[in-house]
Design a protein around this ligand. Structure first.
Ligand code: NAD
Ligand code: UD1
Length: 335
């Protein structure tokens, strides 16, 4: 298939490009580089030995999208492009509604105008808010707790309604749990701007000496060791989940939603220990107050993706830590 990958220069998009190429698909990246660098594409070419077409553009720019759809005959779109910082979304909600919601609406409209009928969308486990129980399955009610989460739930609705109205359109909505890790080459990985919001990139920056210590947000949760528990999923497993979703789209029209997670939860301290093992160093940490809006624990029920997509996460936290460390230690300043 020839696939347009919006946000393909970003963390998950870049790894997914490699998974697509490995299965013989062709990719065209569309990215405005607001949270990534063009160097990523050079690294993708180095790993894959394939030239990667890339168009610099914004998903809110109707005419840039029309141009790229006119220049290529796409079979499908994987839509990663968007903004993802929860705190920033609370401070500047309109920016999030513009890029995440309007950008997705415009993209869907342009896809239909060019008769491209398959889309895979990056949603997030954040749409569930605080779940009534764990593990979380796809039938749980959605209670997003911040503007970022609302944008993801809104785009899911837009795609579901549009697929219902245009029966040729197929949409797969993928709710990611906590992506972590990097490609085993150590050439690409997560490269956050400024202070990392998420646990794994923060630990990696402490390990490489860029930050003094990890702040552990709370050790009084009702969990195994008092720290927050999440379902960390290796980014290459996540990437392969997108390829499985794409292949299912051509077999099954309509809209479909899947959790992409492992089904296992790990605490902050367990992740820290896995990282210490991978890098062979002690990682200093200090316990601080809980972070506003955090949930004690959640993990996925990934059974539906396994049954319907034939996909299951294969890599464990030791591999996530080892691959993150290879990336971070080879590239202490990122790309
Ligand atoms: P990322 O920021 O690394 O990648 C997003 C890419 O989209 C970047 O390359 C950025 O430059 C690009 N982009 C942003 N706005 C754009 C615009 N208006 N037009 C064109 N390109 C634009 O983020 P990621 O971690 O790879 O996440 C990818 C998607 O997955 C996002 O939609 C995110 O919300 C979603 N998601 C991420 C996580 C996570 O923890 N990383 C979890 C759940 C869902
Ligand atoms: C965050 C986002 C969520 C997004 C998810 C996946 C928030 C409130 N939520 O959730 O929308 O879908 O990432 O990427 O930002 N922790 C520390 N110290 C740190 C960083 C994190 O102790 O410096 C702890 C947190 O309290 C949590 C765990 O580590 O218990 C994981 O945190 P994080 O990586 O930010 O992911 P989520 O909280 O699951």
């Amino acid at each position: 298939m020839k696939v347009l990958v919006t946000g393909g220069a970003g963390y998950i998009g870049s790894h997914t490009c490699l998974a697509l190429l490995a299965q013989g698909h062709e990719v065209v990246v569309f990215d405005n580089f607001s949270n990534s660098k063009p160097e990523v594409l050079r690294r993708l070419e180095q790993i894959s030995g394939t030239a990667i077409a890339c168009v610099e553009g914004d998903v809110c720019d109707h005419s840039a999208l029309h141009q790229v759809f006119s220049a290529h005959n796409f079979d499908a779109v994987i839509h990663f492009a968007g903004l993802k910082a929860v705190g920033e979304s609370t401070a500047n909600p309109l920016k999030y509604y513009e890029v995440n919601v309007c950008g997705s609406r415009i993209l869907t409209e342009v896809m239909l105008a060019h008769q491209v009928h398959c889309v895979v969308f990056s949603s997030s486990a954040t749409v569930y808010g605080t779940p009534k129980s764990v593990p979380i399955n796809e039938s749980f009610a959605l209670y997003p707790a911040n503007p970022y989460g609302h944008t993801k739930a809104m785009v899911e609705t837009i795609l579901r309604d549009t697929a219902a109205a245009h029966t040729a359109l197929s949409a797969v909505l993928l709710r990611y749990f906590n992506p972590a890790g990097a490609h085993p080459s150590g050439l690409i990985g997560e490269d956050p701007k400024g202070i990392p919001n998420n646990l794994m990139p923060f630990i990696a920056q402490v390990a490489v000496g860029k930050r003094e210590h990890l702040a552990v947000f709370g050790d009084d949760y009702p969990t195994c060791d008092g720290t927050g528990v999440r379902d960390y999923i290796h980014v290459m497993d996540l990437a392969e989940g997108h390829v499985a979703a794409l292949e299912q789209l051509s077999r099954q029209p309509g809209s479909h939603v899947y959790n992409l997670g492992t089904g296992c939860g790990y605490s902050v301290l367990q992740m820290l220990q896995a990282f210490e093992k991978a890098c062979g160093k002690t990682i200093p940490y200090q316990v601080q107050a809980r972070r506003d809006g955090d949930i004690a624990e959640y993990w996925a029920d990934p059974g539906k993706a396994e049954r319907e997509l034939g996909w299951r996460a294969e890599r464990d936290v030791a591999q996530m830590a080892a691959d993150t460390w290879r990336w971070q230690s080879n590239n202490p300043e990122g790309f």
